[in-house]
Design a protein around this ligand. Structure first.
Ligand code: CMP
Length: 133
């Protein structure tokens, strides 16, 4: 089915000037970037996005990191867009991410792992509303 997913290039990758390479990989995959915007997130939005992790020891650091500089937020669509993007991104922990995946090639540690993608269609809808209104 044609799906939409919410994708975000995180502040580490923007700082490291990887926007172009990441966008190229998404476009080469055949998926379509429907919307894209560079913005710096405010803390309440980040805390809401990661609310399910509020009791984790890394929550504060994660929110600091995600507000530390601009991100590039996107709506990406196409056949099985959620799963396809998760394959392109690779495992959450860059230590487990295969070479050739975005995290495998560009990320070094789990605290700053370059890119976010929705984990299912339902969360994609919620995240698209949260970040694009
Ligand atoms: P993401 O998939 O965007 O959503 C949760 C994020 O928490 C994850 O990416 C990681 O960047 C971040 N994170 C930071 N530390 C950890 C950790 N120890 N285990 C899992 N996720 C972590």
């Amino acid at each position: 089915a044609i799906e939409k997913t919410f994708i975000m290039i995180k502040p580490d990758a923007v700082r490291d000037r990887k926007i172009g390479e990441i966008v190229t990989r998404i476009e080469r995959s055949g998926l379509v970037i429907e919307r894209m915007e560079m913005t710096t997130l405010d803390r309440p939005t980040v805390e809401e996005h990661y609310a399910h992790l509020a009791d984790k020891p890394f929550f504060g650091g994660l929110c600091d990191f995600m507000t530390s500089g601009p991100v590039v937020k996107m709506i990406v669509s196409g056949p099985s867009a959620v799963a396809k993007m998760r394959t392109l991104m690779g495992a959450t922990n860059p230590l487990d991410a295969a070479p050739g995946t975005i995290r495998g090639d560009f990320a070094v540690d789990v605290d700053a792992n370059v890119i976010h993608g929705s984990d299912c269609v339902e969360n994609g809808e919620i995240e698209i509303k949260r970040f694009f209104g």
